[in-house]
Design a protein around this ligand. Structure first.
Ligand SMILES: N=C(N)NCCCC(=O)O
Ligand SMILES: [Zn+2]
Ligand SMILES: [Zn+2]
Length: 325
């Protein structure tokens, strides 16, 4: 069978980067190619926020901030768009007036897209969307390890009586049996809580914590070792709330907390996760109205690029291994 070479991004030496309609990294749209391995999809939804709104504009901002990405990733020594067919699958429409309807729509759309591609990277949207995405992942893979980068625990119970919000996705996911309670972990948490009991609840719900202070005191290598030991070889879902970064690195977000990671630390930590079985990933909580000079959008676009590189490298290696074997 003849292998078709993946269709890559628009050639920036012919079409200036700032020209044309922005897909992620100027990649082809899913409808423009016969088949795809990895899809980047937006979810413009922010009805679940508890403070500043605006993450519904995250997907288009991250796409626009991704125009400068180039095809070779030297940090991982991988050309992701050559290893796999990577596409932009557009946005999932989600009801802005009814959270229950929205999460049902998101789960179904993620299942539909998941039947067409091997891996999905989602750009939010507020953190509510992690719940329907984990429901969809669970149907395919069973309970997964969740590696959750965030200033916040997001294992709170309800807000104004509402059980599905951006502060509650991982509590609901834990209660529903979507995640592996022995293998999940928060990274980068910090800032004031409601009470000490939040931490007891969080532990009971199956999470361990590498806090922002842990990273400062013991460094990235130690953090990587801790999370890798906990995850093992389980299927892994990675959820990145961009507010895990210090507001100096990511001002464009809805619930900022002082004292966070640098974008360099976050990227380094992600690159150290190569060879893990990443079955899905998201980047959420980019709220462009509070951004400056695309700082947050660029950070988020680079996070997506690292995700795509990790996934494409694995798909490429499996394909080559398969050919030899
Ligand atoms: N998922 C994010 N970004 N934030 C949750 C914070 C909710 C709270 O202030 O209680
Ligand atoms: Zn957060
Ligand atoms: Zn969050």
């Amino acid at each position: 069978m003849t292998e078709h070479r993946p269709v890559g991004p628009v050639d920036a030496s012919v079409h200036p980067r700032y020209a044309g309609i922005a897909t992620f990294a100027r990649l082809p749209r899913i409808e423009d190619v016969p088949r795809a391995d990895i899809a980047i999809v937006g979810i413009p939804f922010d009805t679940g926020v508890s403070y500043r709104p605006g993450a519904r504009f995250g997907p288009s901002h991250v796409r626009d901030s991704s125009r400068l990405l180039r095809p070779y990733n030297p940090a991982q020594d991988v050309s992701p768009f050559a290893e796999a067919q990577v596409v932009d699958a557009g946005d999932i429409p989600a009801n802005p007036f009814d959270i229950g309807a929205a999460v049902a729509e998101i789960e179904q759309a993620a299942l539909d897209l998941g039947s067409r591609v091997e891996r999905i990277v989602t750009v939010g949207g507020d953190h509510t969307i992690a719940l329907p995405l984990l429901r969809a992942v669970n149907r395919k893979h069973g309970p997964v390890a969740v590696l959750h980068f965030d200033a916040h625990l997001d294992t709170w119970d309800t807000y104004f009586g509402a059980p599905i919000t951006h502060g509650t996705p991982f509590r609901r996911a834990s209660e529903e049996g979507l995640i592996d309670l022995t293998a999940s972990c928060h990274v980068g948490t910090r800032g004031p809580l409601y009470s000490k009991r939040d931490l007891d609840d969080d532990e009971r719900l199956g999470f361990s914590i590498v806090s922002s202070v842990d990273i400062e005191e013991r460094g990235i290598e130690a953090a990587v070792e801790r999370v890798r030991r906990r995850i093992g070889d389980r299927p892994l879902y990675i959820s990145i709330d961009i507010d895990v970064l210090d507001p100096a690195h990511a001002p464009g977000t809805g619930t900022p907390e002082a004292g966070g990671m640098t974008s360099r630390e976050l990227l380094r930590m992600l690159r150290a996760l190569s060879d893990l079985d990443i079955v899905g990933a998201d980047v959420v909580e980019v709220s462009p109205a509070y951004d400056h000079a695309q700082l947050t959008g660029i950070a988020a676009s680079h996070v997506v690029y690292e995700f795509v590189t990790l996934m494409a490298a694995r798909i490429g290696a499996e394909r080559n291994g398969g050919e030899q074997g």
